[in-house]
Write a protein that binds this ligand. Structure first.
Ligand SMILES: [Zn+2]
Length: 427
């Protein structure tokens, strides 16, 4: 049989098999403490060479992006004003091939954007390349032992120790991986295909395991809720209040002061910079957890309504304004995209803060005033809660709801594990 035919046949077989499989990505951490200095350097070199290769091709796409691009053994890089030659020694040809493919994809995406009428420039140079595709399991990477604690990566002589491979089910089909560099270390993201029925089987077995894990019930609340977003939290129309305390840590502030003192470009400066990057990664992880947990609570409502854009008054001295702001944006987007909950966005022109939620008269409230006082009916209420109730009234026409015990319990259960979220009740 011809080689080409053989390849086509395998491709077709894979396609058939994939129909009954589920892709799952596992994140494994490479344990660099056990690796020798030479191995570590080699590993980091991969990312550097990937950057060189990427930028070299991007610099002259028309001539350099051809079918032989992956055979490049030497590239030119810009050092100051001059061009210098650098050898590509550690990247295997398969890695190069997939990097070249990535450039093609980026070009294609750019082209699509242009078709949609967006303004696009050329493909940009990269300051860092932080991920390297490893396309073929068994070739670019493989597990050396049965316990999957050691992984061999093409081009690196010694196998590397990895943590977390025990998550990969025994009989799953490992397809590809990606070598990812983060401030906290180097990770291997492994994509596996698991048979659909086996996947559900394992899940059922896990659910019915006695006493260890109780079968989980997705608790829903059969009511609607209005949400008033703040820079660092939100208030629901039933009085449930979430506050996020993702703040610049003392350590981060100290490191930033240290960085300012050090000479730019020196060894110590780079070291501090890396430490700062790690702190930021930690903050990002916390933020992601906050977003996931908050959405998990909000998904349980029947309908949620919130105001489209309300950024005014958000300029108090929060460091993490940007952090929190993007968190609110992500939550809003996720809610709108989700099929689990119906969402209603209220126009920002609707005066939700000015209106009294009991008698509907309107009064101006200054931004510093945390409590809304109505001179007509004498209502005294938290201003954010007042706004949230107005949103609910506007959409569903309901009056002020109370927090039900089940909502309380669920909120307590969801946020139990995260000390950065404060749950309280306002009236
Ligand atoms: Zn009133």
């Amino acid at each position: 049989m011809l080689k080409r035919e053989r390849i086509r046949q395998t491709l077709q077989q894979t396609k058939q098999r994939r129909k009954n499989q589920i892709p799952v990505v596992y994140q494994l951490k490479i344990n660099l403490d056990c690796a020798s200095k030479a191995t570590k350097e080699k590993l980091l070199r991969l990312f550097l060479e990937a950057k060189w290769l990427y930028n070299y091709i991007v610099a002259d796409v028309d001539n350099r992006l051809n079918d032989d691009a992956w055979k490049l053994k030497e590239v030119e890089i810009k050092v100051g004003e001059n061009l210098e030659r650098r050898k590509i020694e550690n990247l295997s040809s398969q890695m190069k091939q997939s990097l070249v493919e990535r450039i093609r994809w980026n070009l294609y995406a750019l082209h699509k954007q242009k078709q949609n009428g967006d303004k696009t420039g050329k493909l940009q140079f990269k300051q860092h390349v932080n991920s390297i595709p490893l396309k073929q399991f068994g070739n670019t990477f493989k597990f050396v032992n049965r316990q999957k604690t050691k992984v061999k990566i093409q081009g690196i002589k010694k196998p590397l120790r990895v943590l977390g491979a025990c998550q990969i089910p025994e009989d799953s089909e490992i397809a590809k991986a990606e070598l990812v560099r983060k401030p906290s270390g180097i990770y291997l993201f492994v994509t596996c295909y698991i048979d659909r029925d086996k996947y559900t089987e394992a899940w059922e077995a896990r659910k019915s395991r006695k006493s260890v894990i109780k079968p989980r019930v997705w608790q829903t609340f059969d009511v609607a809720a209005g949400i008033d977003f703040k820079p660092a939290g939100l208030v629901l129309s039933n009085g449930l209040k979430l506050e996020w305390q993702i703040e610049e840590t003392k350590r981060l502030k100290k490191l930033q002061r240290q960085l300012a003192r050090q000479q730019k470009g020196s060894k110590r400066w780079y070291k501090t910079k890396q430490k700062i990057a790690r702190e930021y990664e930690r903050l990002t992880n916390i933020k992601r957890d906050v977003i996931n947990k908050t959405c998990s609570l909000l998904y349980r409502y029947k309908t949620v309504c919130f105001q489209d854009d309300k950024i005014k008054g958000w300029k108090d001295g929060y460091f993490s304004k940007s952090v929190h702001y993007s968190a609110v944006g992500t939550i809003k987007r996720r809610l709108s995209d989700s099929l689990r909950v119906s969402t209603v966005a209220i126009k920002s022109s609707v005066p939700t803060t000015k209106t009294c939620s009991r008698c509907s008269s309107q009064h101006d409230v200054s931004l510093s005033e945390r409590i809304f006082r109505c001179p007509v009916c004498g209502l005294e209420i938290d201003r954010d809660l007042n706004a949230a109730i107005n949103m609910l009234k506007k959409v569903v026409g309901l009056d002020r709801p109370e927090v039900k015990p089940v909502e309380w319990e669920t909120a307590a259960r969801i946020f139990r594990g995260n000390p950065y979220i404060l749950v309280s009740h306002t009236t």
